[in-house]
Design a protein. Structure first.
Length: 443
């Protein structure tokens, strides 16, 4: 009996390692970039596992957000509060021809720290097949803050642009997306659980100038009004998932998150003469498919892998299109695949260590760089690490550090018909660091 068990575990371990290596080699070989406006994880613990939670319910927040059925697999009831600080760093460089020759300028953003709070509650009732949960998370966002720069063609003042090309002057853009996830999970059999819940989202987009709206001066070059006078916008959708466990330490999960159908973002701004102007911009959040597996057959180890698909190309506000005035109807993003790998090692009964790695496909191609100066979400690789310490009274303190490695993308200026302008280029550089903490109570 003992030899049979060792043979079985060896085979399972070899399978997991082979699958993980295949996925890593596949994604490293691709031109992978950021998964878009949505964050990699929704809590410090979830981020430290590379965002893996679809089949790995070690954290209430991650399970609630990525797979509502996975909360049935948690070892106990759990309540957690997390807070992260994201420090994005970005630079825009542009080149344009002038009568005096080619001019190139580069400018750094001063975005500062972006807060990312999280709260999650999972309630398991002994003897019941039902598990309830409620989560409130910062699920997405970005921020840039470029000063006006006469030496950088794309940031030259709008009203006195010496290059005769579209420019933004001082460019500040901030996106915040919050979500509330009430969910319920039902243990259908000893191995299978299913989960469901509505999703309630609220978001805010502030931009100066609001270059996704109609120009106040048609140009050339065009000029744009402020996109600051706005409010929080609401939306909603739903999510459902399945979580399956086996007797040989394998865990599997799948989930479907519907698009978040949102009301239009509305702005009270003004035209070039200072007269009041009302601008609307339609943005939803994309459909997300998640598939995950986890393995706990190694002593003290839990290994996990998640694959996700984000349908940006078919989502209002992110896909390609122009209206009758030639104004962008979206950011021209592609739908993308994302992969996360995570590992947790139980060092002692009180201390657990975690590490993760994230790869993503590219939502932005070179022809869309010009329209994404305010949203340089182009990170290619992320390394995550964290640890937790459990006190005797079931309080757990966790910390996480994430480094998003520097990445660049270059494309041309484009005109109102989305045609490249000869002799021009725009380069976006971006990297980021995140430090986060979480306190949890198991009961």
């Amino acid at each position: 009996m003992s030899n049979s068990g060792n043979t079985h575990f060896g085979r399972s371990q070899r399978i997991f390692i082979a699958v993980a290596l295949t996925l890593v080699l596949t994604f490293i070989g691709s031109d992978a970039l950021a998964q878009g406006v949505l964050l990699r994880g929704v809590s410090p613990v979830n981020e430290s596992m590379g965002g893996c939670a679809t089949a790995c319910p070690i954290d209430a927040a991650g399970s609630l957000y990525w797979n509502p059925a996975a909360i049935s697999g948690m070892a106990s009831s759990d309540m957690s509060f997390g807070f992260g600080m994201l420090l994005p760093k970005s630079t825009v460089t542009s080149t344009a021809p002038t009568g005096a020759g080619i001019v190139t300028g580069s400018t750094e953003s001063e975005a500062g720290a972006v807060p990312a709070p999280s709260m999650a509650l999972v309630r398991k009732t002994p003897g019941s097949r039902w598990t309830m949960g409620l989560g409130m998370f910062a699920v997405g966002g970005s921020r840039v803050n470029y000063p006006s720069d006469p030496t950088n063609p794309i940031l030259a003042p709008q009203g006195s642009n010496p290059f005769g090309l579209p420019s933004f002057g001082r460019l500040s853009c901030e996106v915040e997306i919050l979500q509330v996830n009430p969910v319920v999970s039902y243990q259908v059999t000893d191995h299978l659980a299913i989960g469901f819940g509505p999703t309630i989202s609220m978001g805010k987009i502030v931009a100066m100038p609001f270059y996704l709206g109609p120009p106040t001066v048609a140009g050339p070059p065009p000029q744009f009004a402020s996109g600051v006078g706005t409010r929080w916008t609401w939306g909603g959708g739903f999510q459902l998932g399945a979580y399956y466990t086996t007797d040989n330490d394998w865990h599997f999960g799948a989930s479907f998150k519907s698009p978040q159908w949102c009301e239009p973002f509305r702005y009270n701004t003004e035209d070039a003469a200072g007269n009041p102007q009302h601008v609307e911009f339609d943005v939803d959040l994309p459909l997300i498919l998640s598939f995950g597996t986890a393995y706990s057959g190694f002593d003290r180890w839990t290994l996990a892998c998640d694959l996700r698909w984000f349908d940006y190309a078919n989502t209002t506000g992110f896909g390609f299109g122009r209206n009758s005035l030639g104004v962008a109807k979206g950011l021209d993003w592609n739908s993308v695949m994302s992969m996360g790998l995570g590992a947790q090692y139980q060092l002692t009964d009180a201390v657990s260590l975690r590490m993760g790695y994230i790869f993503n496909e590219n939502p932005v191609d070179t022809m869309a760089v010009f329209g994404n100066v305010g949203s340089p979400l182009i990170i290619k690789h992320c390394l995550t690490m964290g640890m937790s310490y459990a006190f005797d009274n079931n309080w757990v303190l966790s910390s996480t550090y994430v480094h998003a490695f520097k990445e660049s993308i270059t494309g041309p200026y484009v005109d109102g018909s989305h045609n490249p302008i000869a002799g021009t280029s725009v380069t976006l550089d971006a990297e980021a660091d995140t430090l986060a903490f979480q306190v949890s109570k198991r009961f």
